[in-house]
Design a protein around this ligand. Structure first.
Ligand code: IMP
Ligand code: MG
Length: 180
């Protein structure tokens, strides 16, 4: 186990199995359409890359970045767009691909923002859902795993920029995640 990691929460094999199921489900739900998968940088890139390859049908992807201010393991609710989409999404079937929904503030902001561009449909696929920390109600169409209130890293998720490259999802040692 790398330094700073307390234990594995979801193994690489379990991630693969669940992401494959999600991809199949999305494939069936969007038959005859070409969904635009919008990955939220940076955390969702690993999930997006695997999810896309689990969809055996035409789909496109784009990336968007938001930042929220506050201590490193919490989201303050002040969300700002730091990188926009590269194409218009009017009339498209847009699927937001997120790594984790925690308070729900980031997603609520993104939904509001993307909705104004008049996509034909707007749905959300999140790998992880920390339901117990929700402050803003958000509807989630596809959820990989519901997880307890613990700070997790790996499979794209970071702490202070690190651990995104771990192939599994792990719980960070709580001594690491204390705000400085
Ligand atoms: P929300 O706006 O509170 O829902 O926060 C969502 C964002 O907070 C995610 O996109 C992550 O960047 C970050 N986040 C929340 N919980 C975790 C976690 O356990 N590990 C890593 N990042 C997290
Ligand atoms: Mg994120």
């Amino acid at each position: 186990m790398p330094p700073g990691i307390q234990r594995v929460l979801i193994s690489a094999e379990d991630l693969t199995a669940r992401v494959t199921q999600l991809g199949r489900q999305i494939q069936e739900d969007y038959v005859g359409r070409t969904p635009m998968l919008v990955g939220v940088l940076k955390g969702a890139v690993v999930f997006l890359a695997d999810l896309m390859r689990a969809i055996d049908a035409p789909c496109e992807c784009d990336l968007i970045a938001v930042s929220s201010y506050g201590p490193s393991t919490r989201s303050s609710g002040i969300v700002e767009l730091t990188k926009d989409l590269s194409v218009p999404i009017e009339g498209r079937d847009v699927l937001i691909v997120e790594d984790i929904v925690d308070t729900g503030r980031t997603l609520a902001y993104l939904r509001r923002n993307l909705e104004t561009r008049q996509p034909r449909t707007l749905r959300v696929c999140t790998l992880l859902d920390k339901t117990s920390r929700r402050e803003v109600p958000v509807s989630l169409d596809y959820v990989g795993f519901t997880i307890p209130d613990e700070f997790v890293v790996g499979y794209g998720l970071d702490f202070a920029g690190l651990y995104r490259n771990l192939p599994y999802l792990a719980v960070l040692d709580s001594r690491e995640s204390q705000p400085a």
